[in-house]
Design a protein around this ligand. Structure first.
Ligand code: GCU
Length: 600
């Protein structure tokens, strides 16, 4: 039994963990009682981590800046003071809030004071939507926990030492890249650091609904199956699931660990991109009650077909980095998400890939509402340290947090475990472990990865990466006409795969600086990009077993790997839109292709 499972079990037996134990995630955190801690926080930029280590590079016994020490006399030497420090907005990466922090990678300390109403018997948690990349959390001078991984939520219980007035919350956030991390040191996106998503205090009864999975039973369109997990001493109390619009009220009894299996027939309207029907689902137990907006649909791989609600679907996709339109910086608001999804809808997409890390929950919830299918992934990207057991544990933890958070989102149909990872036995073992973990966490969705390919001959690309054996959907990226030959080469290519599984081209594209013109063989011109798109579309039509295409990428996005002055200026320019929201000719070519595929 894993540590977290044991911990959960102990909790349900009324055995409260030591202060700050990181429990399995509280589901639907934004719907819980509590207070938001969004807004201005005091910050100290700490490039040498002098707020944590002493001059011998040993952790300071008193927790350093986390102790928030104040001079007791005029002669005391304290070399930091949050109360006179600068401020940054939370949520928000630090890079786009101060020009001098745009390229900064390292530690920033955040401090926020808060008051907290504490009802008798209630439990209090501090919850973070994400912190990139490692967070160390202190409350009232005591360390309550740490988290690694820049794109998934986490929380710590603070019941034992939170007070009604004058709480001091301090967070050390460090976004240094390291070879053994997930992602590793080399990525094609900006390393936006900080408290990049919402932070809130969650207040729940002593026994509460910690997590739940309420979806259609695999293979059924009329039976709901899942589970509800209670946390706290009242582990035996009944659980009631209500879906008023479907006339459902069902009560269940949890087992000794607080887990209640849920199953009932239901006559419901299925969720789809064309008709994104969501239901209010309320889960009650004892004094706790939480309501979620859940859609119900099926997704299956049958032979080479992808079936949504039992019917073949062609995925008209585009990739969208979590970068806010116009201002850049990490997406955290519904307004940012709405703009990006509105642009994707203008391309006539029914599907979005959210690369290369779990995006803010606001994206997957809005995709549910707007009717966009979603590919969600963890940042197992390029050359990971496949033989490091801690790296695998980190990847598994991030995968678990991604699936735990979004397993009730109808829009999410694909979990991806890797992107463009070089073949080899250690990589195959590592990724197969992740695929098995994903399946054990969620039997209803399909698993994929952007696989490696090779040329069988100069005109034939074969997709037979051994990882494909364990996937439900075979995907691969290709840049014929950009990284691989010139645009004319696209016309010569045929595709083969031995896998009798749905097949998706998960990336294709070319760079163009909006407004740069020339002939269609001049790099970085709109004409060159359009030339690639026209030929790519013609190639798609020649692939009989193609189930979907995902253009790389909706909007130009920042990357430290793209320094070409006057053209890239630290932007990857493969967007259909420029970073200023200008549509390039390739936008219209793809939109026309997707309109022609609507009935497929
Ligand atoms: C790769 C990778 C992307 C990258 C793209 C590019 O396929 O998956 O993250 O941005 O190529 O080079 O533009």
């Amino acid at each position: 039994m894993s540590y977290l499972r044991l911990l959960s079990a102990l909790l349900c037996l009324g055995v409260f963990p030591a202060l700050g134990a990181e429990l399995e995630l509280i589901q639907n955190a934004s719907a819980r009682q509590g207070v938001t801690l969004n807004g201005p926080w005091r910050v100290i930029v700490d490039p040498y981590e002098s707020g944590y280590y002493d001059y011998r590079y040993k952790p300071q016994a008193d927790g350093g800046f986390g102790a928030n020490k104040k001079p007791q006399s005029k002669s005391d030497l304290i070399e930091y003071d949050f109360d006179t420090a600068d401020r940054l907005q939370v949520p928000g990466d630090w890079n786009t809030q101060r020009p001098e922090l745009m390229l900064y990678e390292g530690t920033v300390w955040y401090k926020r004071d808060f008051d907290c109403t504490i009802q008798p018997g209630h439990r209090i948690f501090v919850w973070f939507g994400a912190a990139n990349y490692r967070a160390m959390v202190f409350l009232n001078g005591v360390k309550v926990g740490e988290h690694e991984g820049g794109f998934t939520p986490f929380q710590f219980e603070i019941t034992a030492n939170v007070r009604e007035k004058g709480n001091v919350l301090i967070v050390k956030v460090d976004d240094q890249r390291k070879q053994d991390f997930i992602p590793t040191v080399m990525t094609d996106w900006w390393n936006y650091g900080g408290l990049t998503r919402a932070v809130r205090i969650i207040d729940v009864p002593g026994t509460f609904v910690q997590d739940y999975s309420i979806q259609l039973e695999k293979g059924s369109q009329t039976r709901v199956a899942g589970w509800v997990r209670l946390n706290g001493a009242g582990r035996g109390q009944k659980v009631t699931v209500r879906i008023p619009e479907a006339g459902i009220t069902q009560t269940f009894t949890p087992d000794a660990t607080g887990l209640a299996r849920v199953a009932f027939d239901a006559r419901i309207d299925l969720w789809s991109p064309e008709r994104p029907k969501l239901y209010d689902v309320t889960i009650e137990s004892g004094a706790d009650r939480v309501t979620d907006r859940i859609g119900f649909r099926t997704i299956e791989a049958r032979g080479r077909n992808l079936l949504l609600n039992g019917k073949p679907v062609f995925l008209r996709g585009v990739s969208i980095h979590a970068e806010a339109p116009f201002r850049a910086g990490r997406v955290y608001s519904e307004a940012d998400a709405r703009t990006l999804f509105q642009w994707a809808k203008e391309v006539d997409c029914n599907f979005v890939r959210l690369p290369h890390y779990p995006h803010d929950e606001v994206m997957t919830r809005l995709a549910d509402e707007l009717g966009l299918l979603v590919w969600s992934e963890i940042p197992v990207y390029w050359t990971i340290s496949w033989e490091n057991p801690e790296t695998l544990r980190n990847a598994e933890r991030q995968l678990t947090e991604m699936i735990t958070r979004d397993k009730n989102r109808a829009s999410v149909i694909l979990w991806s475990v890797a992107n463009e990872t070089p073949r080899g036995d250690p990589r195959l073992k590592f990724l197969t472990t992740l695929v098995e973990r994903a399946r054990s966490l969620d039997s209803t969705r399909l698993i994929t990865a952007a696989l490696e390919t090779h040329y069988a001959d100069p005109r034939t690309i074969v997709v037979e990466d051994p990882l494909g054996k364990s996937l439900d959907v075979v995907s691969c990226n290709e840049y014929i006409g950009w990284y691989d030959g010139l645009p004319g080469k696209i016309d010569t290519i045929a595709w083969q795969t031995p896998y009798e599984k749905p097949f998706i081209l998960s990336e294709f594209g070319a760079d163009a600086q909006a407004g740069r013109h020339g002939d269609d063989l001049t790099r970085f011109t709109e004409e060159y990009q359009a030339n690639v798109y026209r030929r790519q579309v013609a190639m798609f039509r020649r692939i009989p077993f193609l189930n979907g295409t995902i253009a790389w990428v909706l909007v130009d996005f920042r990357s430290p790997r793209r320094p070409l002055a006057g053209i890239q200026d630290f932007y990857n320019r493969k967007g259909l839109f420029s970073d200023r929201g200008e549509r390039k000719p390739a936008f219209y070519i793809l939109r026309d292709y997707y309109k022609s595929m609507e009935s497929k």
